[in-house]
Design a binder for this molecule. Structure first.
Ligand SMILES: Cc1cc2nc3c(=O)[nH]c(=O)nc-3n(C[C@H](O)[C@H](O)[C@H](O)COP(=O)(O)OP(=O)(O)OC[C@H]3O[C@@H](n4cnc5c(N)ncnc54)[C@H](O)[C@@H]3O)c2cc1C
Length: 411
């Protein structure tokens, strides 16, 4: 019987352990926390966006970090395979906006408990509070050292996650293990992370969220990425769904060196002409008011002074004194409210880590190292990362499954 050692009990490690044990291997799962799947328990704001209901090609398209590397893993263990398993084990799920799949109970903890229960049922040896400190290969045997002792096995799967949210256990240990076994680790960057801004006015607007706006990132007059949807001002800059998506695009573009410019189109559905007519109508309606009191139908009150300032208009100026040119500047400011992005929040606060163990040195069909036979990697420790929408967990589940199956196979 093959003995497989798995380091890290997140989504990838748990699925690897279940797959390997299902093939009859003896599996030891080492986890530094006192529970398995700690990060899973906080995913999807505690609701766990398990996967997405879209086609597999869409998964690849939503994975800016080496999506194509995942084709084979998705072919072997798709979103449907994952949901079939979870349903078989008693978890009910539902599909929400954008194809996002959640447990019916809206409880990430239920998913974590269910998976823990499955691990116990198939006889995986779960070693909690055991952080691996080194991985070595002696002939045909892998030796994994922990604070408490040493484990030996025929195969080893590294599923230690990335660098973000280290409180959940993912503090980057796997990169050190990979390097010690000769693997290259690509540059680690935060992805799906809020931006910090040079301007301090967003701090004053902290908590204000904008819906149906378009935000775009610019560098030297060239647009690098743009997103439509919801964003939020915070005490350090900007956040919210479309900002997180822009940060993922930024993590994968070479030209994306900070500082960059963020332009917010507050009225993306309107052409310049239509917006100008709309402003004129409002100015007519509030003809005796000052500019800062004449735009409340158009914008949230707190944003009005900022837009006026960027347009170079004094907020106390009466609207009937605003010239046509000034109104054009106002329309420009409404469609390109500008901020200087100085960087991102620290990687510890990122939803995912971009970069990791180079996928060039990993066989995409098995997740086996091309350098060290019977060493495998799965999940976020590899140089893969996706957008929000359930794509990151599916990548971890799929690669974990493939690694577990391959590691358990008898020669
Ligand atoms: C706040 C938040 C919300 C998220 N929401 C979603 C979502 O809804 N949907 C989605 O698809 N993705 C989401 N993600 C991303 C997703 O959670 C991760 O991409 C995914 O968990 C990666 O799985 P993993 O198994 O590779 O790593 P992890 O889940 O990070 O698991 C790694 C495990 O390895 C253990 N470990 C590390 N080092 C050692 C060591 N030396 N010895 C022993 N154990 C070790 C860690 O303790 C940890 O348990 C979210 C991420 C965050 C931070």
């Amino acid at each position: 019987m093959k003995h497989v050692i798995i380091i890290g009990a997140g989504a990838a490690g748990i699925m690897a352990a279940l797959a390997a044990a299902g093939q009859g291997a003896s599996v030891t799962l080492l986890e530094k926390n006192n529970i398995v799947g700690k990060k899973m328990g906080i995913t999807g704001k505690g609701r766990c966006n398990l996967t997405n209901a879209c086609a597999m090609d869409e998964f690849v398209a939503h994975t800016p970090g080496n999506g194509k590397f995942l084709y084979s893993a998705y072919g072997q263990f798709s979103n449907e395979n994952l949901l079939d398993l979870l349903h078989q084990w008693g978890l009910e799920t539902k599909v929400e906006r954008g194809g996002r799949v959640f447990p019916q109970s809206d409880s990430a903890i239920e998913v974590r408990k269910l998976l823990y229960d499955r691990l116990c049922r198939v006889g995986v040896h779960i070693r909690l509070n055991e952080a691996a400190t080194a991985v070595q290969r002696w002939g045909d045997t892998f030796a994994v050292r922990t604070q408490a002792g040493q484990y030996e096995g025929d195969a080893c799967i590294i599923t230690t996650g990335g660098m973000s949210y280290p409180v959940t256990g993912s503090s980057g240990d796997g990169y050190g293990f990979a390097k010690s076994l000769g693997h290259a680790v690509t540059e680690l960057k935060p992805s799906l992370i809020p931006f910090t801004t040079k301007e301090t006015w967003p701090h004053a607007l902290s908590g204000l969220s904008l819906r149906n706006v378009e935000a775009s990132l610019w560098k030297r007059g060239k647009m690098l990425a743009s997103q439509f949807g919801e964003m939020l001002f915070t005490h350090f800059g900007v956040s919210g769904p479309i900002i997180l998506m822009l940060s993922a695009a930024a993590a994968h573009k070479k030209q994306c060196q900070y500082p960059m410019q963020l332009r917010i189109n507050l009225k993306p559905a309107l052409s310049k002409e239509t917006l100008d007519q709309r402003v004129q109508r409002d100015f007519q309606k509030y003809i005796r008011k000052e500019a800062e009191n004449a735009m409340k139908d158009l914008l949230p009150q707190r944003l009005i002074p900022i837009v006026l300032e960027q347009a170079g208009i004094d907020g106390r100026c009466q609207v009937n004194q605003i010239s046509r040119e000034q109104r054009q500047d106002l329309v420009d400011s409404l469609q390109a409210l500008t901020l200087t992005i100085t960087g991102t929040r620290p990687i510890e606060e990122a939803i995912v880590t971009a970069g990791g163990v180079s996928v060039r040195e990993i066989n995409p069909k098995t997740m086996e190292s091309k350098l060290t036979p019977r060493l495998y990697f799965a999940g976020e420790v590899m140089d893969i990362d996706a957008y929000t929408g359930g794509y990151n967990l599916q990548a971890a589940f799929s690669t974990g499954y493939v690694a577990g199956m391959a590691a358990a196979k008898e020669e």
